[in-house]
Design a protein around this ligand. Structure first.
Ligand SMILES: [Zn+2]
Length: 113
């Protein structure tokens, strides 16, 4: 499962930052996932429980923010939210291959004690 690896990485980074800050427990981890990242929220939550077990993030809350997909059109230089998987530009009808937002998985903030 893809999400386990992602979560392991996020929790690893969070742990590094928490230790640097002199913290002993991670209370909350906030992540941002793109609508087009292929990451499933429920799977991420499940993976979070699994990978934090026995770590300083055990029992921490996971806050997930989902960002919508935004495409850039090379034809007319507009940015739009695609209505379907073909990502057709509503202004000129070009098919966009350039996703400017919505593919990300980022650790956005952390609460530690
Ligand atoms: Zn266009």
């Amino acid at each position: 499962m893809h999400e386990v690896g992602l979560m392991q990485e996020a929790v690893g980074i969070a742990g590094h930052h928490a230790r640097e800050a002199g913290a002993t427990r991670i209370r909350m981890i906030r992540v941002r996932i793109g609508e087009s990242s292929g990451v499933v929220r429920e799977a991420l939550e499940f993976a979070f429980e699994a990978v934090t077990e026995g770590t300083m993030a055990e029992g921490a809350a996971l806050d997930i923010e989902v960002t919508p997909t935004i495409c850039h059109c090379a034809g007319c230089a507009s940015e739009f939210k695609p209505a379907n998987v073909f990502r057709e530009c509503p202004s000129c009808g070009s098919l966009s291959t350039d996703i400017v937002q919505g593919m990300e998985l980022e650790l956005t903030s952390l609460e530690v004690t």
